[in-house]
Design a binder for this molecule. Structure first.
Ligand code: MLT
Length: 331
């Protein structure tokens, strides 16, 4: 858990460093776990463009894709202690630092992009933003919407959870996702995102799950052939800012950062709508083979909702948090 007191000397040094006169130009750094060209890149670039425009070039942001500034979970730590300004990363890589955001990766809760928008932009989203500041020392200022995490593997078409038997599947270091695969009958391999392409290429793992746009940006089609269109998690990728760096900005600058984050979020939502199908077609043209889960995904859904949900009620803040989310979604 994030402990501000332990980090006090670093915080003080960073606060002094960034408390320069507001008129001075400032160049920020933004980490991206994914390669250039995916939803993280689109959202981050739009934010950088907006911030530059809104501050007449006084505030600029350089993007560092491909985990150049550390794997996604490391970027949360680095932002918390003020060593990094911004990061766009998958929400599942924030959960270890702020467990209540696990609500957004509870399998089969979010069933469409509109539902993802409803949860992130309403009261529930606001509460998760506040929890993340408290727990992890970072502030979520926007969301990239990346689509459902589909399952890929290099060996064979997978239709049912039983077909996973014998496949080694990589998952992020995320307890909810590990439990989901266990409910489907296999023991997945937790691996950092930055190591995943190599892991797949060298056959250390046979498969993984991520959205079509991410698979395309990361060129996973070069090392994976079969795609199963499961819809267990809708990938949400928050844009986070170091809370200490945010607090060291003038109130006007804070408002500008928040406004740019909001606009970049809207842009990301539209980007997904206009791009996802096109990217899926491109993956098919590059030789990926798509399979729909058997019987409308029923077995996949039942196994996780029965066993995984109850296991994580406590970490998301109680069963009532999930009930509230489901009520907001009209279920
Ligand atoms: C992961 O699988 O670790 C992440 O969800 C990948 C990503 O950030 O795109």
């Amino acid at each position: 858990m994030f402990n501000k007191n332990k980090l006090l000397p670093i915080f003080t040094a960073v606060s002094l460093a960034v408390a320069a006169p507001a008129a001075l130009a400032k160049n920020f750094k933004m980490a991206l776990g994914d390669a250039a060209g995916g939803t993280q890149w689109e959202m981050g670039s739009k934010f950088a463009e907006l911030l530059d425009k809104k501050t007449n070039g006084k505030m600029t942001v350089d993007l560092f894709p491909n985990g150049q500034l550390g794997n996604e979970q490391d970027t949360v730590n680095n932002a918390a202690i003020g060593l990094l300004d911004f990061s766009v990363l998958a929400i599942n890589n924030v959960t270890p630092f702020s467990p209540s955001v696990g609500l957004l990766t509870m399998p089969y809760v979010i069933q469409s992009a509109d539902e993802a928008k409803l949860l992130t932009q309403g009261e529930i989203g606001q509460e998760l933003v506040e929890n993340t500041i408290r727990d992890a020392g970072v502030r979520i200022i926007g969301w990239a919407y990346s689509g459902f995490r589909v399952l890929t593997n290099s060996k064979r078409p997978v239709k049912s959870p039983e077909d996973l038997k014998g496949l080694v599947i990589r998952v992020p270091r995320n307890e909810i996702m590990i439990s989901a695969y266990q409910a489907w009958g296999v023991n997945p391999t937790p691996m950092a995102w930055s190591e995943t392409f190599t892991g797949l290429q060298q056959g250390v793992v046979d498969g993984q799950d991520n959205p079509y746009i991410t698979i395309h940006a990361m060129k996973f089609n070069e090392v994976q052939k079969y795609v199963t269109n499961i819809r267990y998690i809708f990938s949400l990728e928050p844009l986070i800012v170091s809370e200490s760096i945010f607090q060291s900005q003038s109130p006007q600058m804070q408002q500008t950062i928040l406004a740019a984050g909001k606009e970049a979020t809207e842009y990301s939502f539209n980007y997904l709508q206009t791009t996802e199908q096109k990217i899926r077609d491109e993956l098919a043209a590059k030789g990926m083979v798509f399979t729909d889960p058997a019987n409308g995904e029923q077995a996949w859904i039942e196994k996780v909702t029965e066993t995984v949900w109850p296991k994580f009620y406590a970490s998301i803040g109680g069963k009532e948090k999930l009930d509230t989310a489901l009520a907001v979604l009209g279920r």
